[in-house]
Design a protein around this ligand. Sequence first.
Ligand code: C2E
Ligand code: CA
Ligand code: CA
Length: 438
Amino acid sequence: MQELEYQANHDSLTGLPNRIQLHRRATEALRAIAGQPGCLSLMLLDLDRFKEVNDTLGHRTGDALLRLVAQRLQETVAAHQGVVARLGGDEFAMLLPRLPDAARALEIAGEIVRSLYRPTEVEGIFIELGGSIGVAVYPQHGGTSHALLRCADVAMYAAKENSSSVSLYDSSYDEHNPRRLAMITELGSAIRGDQLILHYQPRYHFGSARWCSCEALVRWQHPRLGFIPPGEFVQFAETSELIRPLTLWVARQAVQQMARWHADGLEVGVSINLSTRNLLDITLPDALAGLLSDVGMEPRFLELEITETALMNDPDRAMLVVNRLAELGMHLSVDDFGTGYSSLAYLKRLPLHALKIDRSFVRDMLHDEQDAIIVRSTVGLAHSLGLQVVAEGVEDAETLAGLHRFGCDEAQGYVLSKPLPAEQAGALMRLPPRSIEP
Ligand code: C2E
Ligand code: CA
Ligand code: CA
């Protein structure tokens, strides 16, 4: 009997309280705090990349990881007299029954996220853990455990959207919620239909003082919601099965556009962005090669931009895909370089063509000595590895000149050109980029 009751209230994998038990405990705690000073907090945690771990390393490793997460959460939360529950999948909830205020709740949420960041070894494999926490507090956000959990859920999605690790519920997030739902359900038809378009941002080559290439950036013109920036929907595509059709759609458009430019005598390359999940897709390289041969383009004109974070998510698997892409003759660059924590030893083993220095370093390099050092040493490092260096997010002429002095090979940014529709980008790249440096 006791056994049965335990099972009904606990999650069998981790031994943590389950959803039913969480609501019961939260309801008791709400009763206890009613009319008293202070607040109660319900938080929702969603792990980053768990699905990928599960898909690529298997359920056994996935289960082991969840148990380890459960243990870490419990250590941290118990220190604050709280309760951790597993709601299912990689979703965990935390109940902090008595806190002075919402600010304290956010501090604790931060502590919880940091406890996940410690290097994690599961069955001999190092996994980078991370997650997003949505925080709701009583009395501000609701009076029942269900209302609070819903707010925590909305806040958690807001945290994910803003790529922040912790977010406190705000009623304005609710307005974005229907938008989010519409996006998830309509993205598939947007890809098949004609709601997506590509803009192209030209890349300037210092050595030849010419435009050499351009980056294809996707935009979604939604019939009701209006313009939706890629940051908002690429992420949804990533978490669903839509990332492959999206990437192939972008690649097909970009490659066809490039073929038209070449036919008109404008010999520039294009680059497209790959997502984390694209690097787990062993069939992608050949599909891309097929698109190139359909239009008779040499593969070296197509460059694939891959973030450090995507590479490090599953380095061995990524290496298979990356090697195949290079074998087929396509160029590879590391995007947002400097923001992740890829190891040089790993990068050295990849058949890379270029590093794109993240705009956060480029932006302040003339005013921030640290950033200048990063930019300069990245150039040195890349060149010693035989790689080109592209600076992105260049917004003013002084920075552009500085990058040239530092020995940077290419630049991209608003000072040169914003991303433009194909026709305008083509027209711009036909013009010699005269006197763009001071
Ligand atoms: P990213 O790869 O870092 O792309 C560069 C982003 O920086 C673009 O934003 C571009 O408009 C912006 N940018 C360019 N020059 C400047 C500048 O001088 N200053 C500033 N502040 N920003 C500049 P966008 O188009 O909103 O794209 C955002 C991100 O969305 C991209 O970042 C990329 O990670 C992702 N993305 C865009 N298109 C695709 C796609 O087709 N597939 C995938 N997987 N991701 C995409
Ligand atoms: Ca990029
Ligand atoms: Ca970038």
